[in-house]
Write a protein that binds this ligand. Structure first.
Ligand code: AMP
Ligand code: MG
Length: 494
């Protein structure tokens, strides 16, 4: 098979943005899972992935023919504090593939140390690799922009995490680009204006399709892509909030310029609804709690804008064409895209066709009820579109009378819309998934995979690929965790 690949454009940016890196193959690699649909789209037919060459490329044993791998340098604000030197410590960029949907980069995560490993072992444990693969594919199926998971190759090699030996794996992940906010922070803090400009020009023309200097002067060009980053990031967070997804480690180095969900670690979907849900056991202050994400992403965007100040010009004659003017406009784009998207999505979840004055109150009252009743976020939203309110009131315990009052107002609002009930129900079905990646479901398939049984993983992946459908025999993969299920302790960088 001939693979249509080019030397990746990102690698061509050269040092100090990227450095050559080589994979350290895992012993006894075994293809545990791969995503046939994604593989086909990349021009990698399923038999190839499962064959000897596919396995060798997907595990890092074989270099991509003709295209040396690289790792990239980035910095980032971690929990609010600046870390000057992070980078791809355990990720390698392989080839860039041409697909009908555009170019896609292939990365291996966990294939050994790189020049940025900073004393780390360059590995990823099977547990965290499967959580990342599951989440990438679950979010993608929910319509949320995400890096994708192509394959998981497992190995008996063990590494220590929290003083426990665990087996390792390599994840092959795919995205049009893995560029992060932190790449810009790194170059700006180094005072490397030349490479910052180079990266920004590359991003503008290659990722955002903007015309080059002649057609659009530099400050406007950079302001244009930064506005696009703001809009995409705002829409992404609005999707997270309305699905109850909490990223867990929303550092600037984990924020993709393309507005993709990136670097899954201690993430979690909220179950019993709490706005201050914190899936990351290391996040003791709750900096990255569910309700904080919109403000945190905005703060991260401000760090990106600070790094890009030198690119935004300084036209003393025009406030709008100054760096300060562009910065204000980018943040305003974030605020308005977030406000618009989040309300439109809450409204659709309640069956509303448009957003009308007062709908925000209706949403807030409903969320408050979920919180008071400690009701399951995903199941309650889904049930609202499937059952009459009288059948739901029990969920709210002492708040049942408040639920009755709310349900009356909600039904009046729906009636005023004048749509057939079936139309409303279908809108709600398509906005409220039956299946999300609940932590206990991930834990169960991880345990089975660690014991050598990949069948539960395959089954969960298949169900999560159609999250809005009622799938016969899959009720156990929709239900909240049974009472007494231990809370998983999730932390960073496993
Ligand atoms: P994360 O918390 O996974 O976003 O990782 C933060 C930083 O630590 C990134 O620069 C990673 O590349 C690096 N890192 C995490 N785990 C390892 C590891 N096992 N070996 C080398 N670098 C790592
Ligand atoms: Mg990271």
């Amino acid at each position: 098979m001939t693979l249509l690949a080019t030397p990746h454009r990102f690698a061509a940016l050269g040092a100090p943005i990227v450095q050559p890196a080589t994979a350290t193959p895992l012993p006894a690699p075994q293809l545990l899972w791969h995503q046939p649909g994604l593989a086909e789209g990349l021009g990698l037919p399923a038999p190839w992935c499962a064959g000897a060459t596919g396995l060798a490329l997907l595990s890092g044993e074989l270099a991509w023919p003709g295209y040396p791998a690289v790792a990239s340098a980035y910095a980032g604000h971690q929990f609010g504090r600046y870390s000057p030197q992070l980078g791809d410590g355990r990720a390698l960029l392989l080839a860039e593939l041409h697909t009908p949907q555009g170019r896609q980069e292939l990365q291996l995560k966990g294939a050994g140390i790189t020049p940025f490993a900073r004393g780390g072992d360059g590995r990823a444990v099977l547990r965290s690799t499967l959580r990342e693969a599951l989440a990438c594919e679950a979010l993608h199926a929910l319509g949320v922009p995400s890096t994708r998971a192509l394959a998981v190759v497992a190995s008996p090699l063990q590494v220590l995490r929290d003083e426990q030996a665990e087996t390792t794996a390599v994840l092959c992940r795919v995205a049009p680009s893995f560029v992060r906010f932190g790449h810009f922070e790194f170059l700006a803090r180094q005072g490397d204006a030349r490479h910052l400009q180079r990266l920004a020009d590359w991003v503008a023309t290659q990722l955002f399709g903007l015309p080059d200097d002649a057609a659009l002067p530099a400050p406007q060009r950079h302001a244009a892509w930064l506005r696009e980053v703001a809009t995409r990031s705002a829409r992404l967070v609005a999707q997270w909030q309305t699905l109850g997804f909490c990223h867990g480690v929303l550092n600037t180095d984990n924020c993709a310029l393309l507005g993709l969900t990136l670097d899954y670690g201690p993430f979690g979907f909220v179950e019993r609804y709490r706005p201050h849900h914190i899936p990351n056991a290391s996040d003791t202050d709750g900096r990255y709690r569910l309700e904080a994400q919109p403000a945190v992403m905005r703060w991260n965007l401000e760090r990106l804008l600070a790094a890009c100040q030198g690119l935004l010009g300084d036209d003393a004659n025009s406030a709008a064409d100054s760096a300060a003017g562009h910065t204000t406009a980018v943040l305003a784009a974030y605020d308005s895209a977030y406000a618009q998207t989040v309300m439109a999505r809450w409204a659709a979840k309640l069956g509303l066709a448009t957003v009308q004055p007062g709908d925000d109150r209706l949403v807030l009252r409903w969320l408050k009820l979920l919180q008071q009743g400690r009701a399951d976020f995903t199941a309650s939203f889904r049930a609202l579109g499937e059952q009459p309110p009288a059948a739901l009131r029990e969920r709210f315990g002492a708040a049942a009378p408040a639920f009755d009052a709310w349900a009356q107002d909600w039904q009046a609002r729906l009636a005023a819309q004048g749509e057939p009930a079936a139309v409303v129900r279908e809108r709600q079905r398509l906005a409220n998934p039956r299946h999300v990646l609940r932590t206990h479901l991930a834990q169960a398939v991880i345990q089975a995979a660690q014991a050598g049984d990949a069948a539960p993983l395959q089954r969960l992946m298949a169900v999560l690929a159609r999250p809005f459908d009622d799938q016969p025999g899959a009720d156990d993969l929709a239900a909240p965790p049974p009472a007494g299920t231990p809370v998983a302790e999730l932390s960073c960088s496993a």
